[in-house]
Write a protein that binds this ligand. Structure first.
Ligand code: ASP
Ligand code: MG
Length: 423
């Protein structure tokens, strides 16, 4: 009998009616002949509210107490979900992370799962009941409650699916959310975007890193590491969503699967720096230590000086500028230049590994619309172009359509009719 882990996020369990609807889906999955494990997040904005509450009593709450507090949100959800299942005549047992056998390290607020002892889960399943497990939490070696970092319930779900080896008997990890699945681009920005039937872990991670947040990246990494098929689908609609699977399992040959936009970027250029060994580390280490992620690093050398430029999110510019100013003062030379109002358009697909002409197709699409490109970066499966923010959305649409991703595109229709297409 296949085992399915069903994870319902905060929006999906925001009120009693929605909890009942999610419970009905659990019952349905059981009727279809599956063993079902449920993972839930805290209702609606509960976690945010708990954090605000903590800030009212302390300027610097202890991380241990924060985890004690934040983990309560999921506890409310599991109890209510188990009761909802009972009311539908379905046997269910709510569990904290610790009760479900989830051991983590000691890092409060950003704990990592160390191991999962699935004995109790198997016992509950064996007795014909549904384990309903708190997402986002575990137990430290000291016996304390830990949390896995914001958005961590996805990771709980995929980790439980791995521990129960759902792939071995045709099961999946279903992530129920408020979108239909993974799209070729954000449909709010690109009206022609369409839902993907399949995407690889690698593509999903790369899309997330360039602005398409559908699932928590750590959960996708977990899925990739343990080969857990992840099904992203809408919690209030019956339709099939998008399956995240190993690349080898995707038979069709599509070069670009999706495009994304990071709308608000700034570029910081440090000019006239000395050409000494280690200058890059001196600049980027303190920025990394402040947890700011830096992209699109470009270095140019001239005479005995070097220029290093990189992009950061708008919200990080002030901090990064301060850090860089400190460095320039210590070095006694160099200057800072800050540009704002930039966006990044990216195209992602594992097919780029084996196809040429992908980058030029993207450049051509932007060129024909007269959109200047300020910088280009590539990875094995991604091409990104920095453009002015005012061209971001239009550029995204053009690049998306240039790769034949538009819904109703001839290629797509063809593939759909043979049933082999990704869309
Ligand atoms: N409730 C937690 C959060 O809001 C975990 C999650 O939703 O995945 O971050
Ligand atoms: Mg949440």
């Amino acid at each position: 009998m296949p085992t399915i882990v069903q994870k319902f996020g905060g929006t999906s369990v925001a009120d009693p009616e929605r909890i009942m609807r999610c419970a009905a889906r659990v019952v349905e999955a059981r009727k279809a002949g599956n063993r079902v494990v449920v993972v839930v997040s805290a209702m609606g904005h509960t976690t945010d509210e708990l954090i605000t509450l903590a800030s009212k009593v302390s300027g610097a709450p202890s991380p241990r107490e924060m985890d004690m507090l934040m983990s309560t949100g999921e506890q409310v959800s599991v109890a209510l979900m188990a009761m909802a299942l009972h009311s539908l005549g379905c046997d269910a047992v709510s569990m904290t992370g610790a009760q479900a056998g989830i051991d983590t390290d000691n890092a409060y607020r950003k704990a990592r799962i160390a191991r999962i002892d699935n004995a109790r889960l198997e016992r509950v399943l064996g007795a014909g009941a549904v384990p309903v497990v708190c997402g986002f939490q575990g137990l430290s070696p000291d016996g304390d409650i830990t949390t896995l970092g914001r958005g961590g319930s996805d990771t709980t779900a995929v980790a439980l699916a791995a521990a129960l080896d759902v792939a071995s008997d045709g099961g999946t990890c279903e992530i129920f959310t408020d979108v239909d699945g993974v799209y070729t681009a954000d449909p709010r920005l690109v009206p022609t975007a369409s839902k993907l039937r399949h995407i690889s872990y690698e593509e999903m991670l790369e899309l997330a890193s360039v602005g398409a947040a559908v699932m928590h990246p750590r959960a996708v990494l977990f899925g990739e590491k343990f080969g857990v098929p992840i099904h992203v689908r809408h919690s209030q609609k019956p339709d099939v969503g998008t399956l995240i699977v190993p690349e080898e399992q995707i038979m069709e040959d599509i070069v670009v699967v999706g495009c994304a936009l990071k709308p608000d970027l700034g570029r910081i250029s440090l000019k006239g720096l000395p050409r000494t060994a280690g200058i890059q580390a001196q600049i980027l280490e303190p920025i990394a230590a402040a947890n700011v992620s830096v992209d699109d690093i470009v270095q140019t050398e001239f005479g005995d000086t070097t220029t290093i430029a990189f992009t950061v999110e708008h919200g990080d510019i002030a901090d990064v500028k301060g850090t860089c100013q400190g460095l320039i003062e210590r070095l006694g030379r160099g200057e800072i230049d800050v540009e704002i109002g930039l966006s990044k358009i990216s195209a992602v697909g594992t097919g780029m590994k084996s196809h040429t002409g992908v980058a030029s197709r993207m450049f051509r699409a932007l060129a024909e619309a007269g959109i200047p490109i300020h910088n280009i970066t590539t990875s094995e499966i991604k091409i990104s172009c920095i453009v002015d923010r005012q061209h971001g959305e239009r550029g995204l649409q053009l690049v998306h359509d240039a790769f034949g991703l538009a819904a109703g595109d001839g290629v797509t229709a063809d593939m759909q009719s043979t049933g082999r297409g990704r869309r």
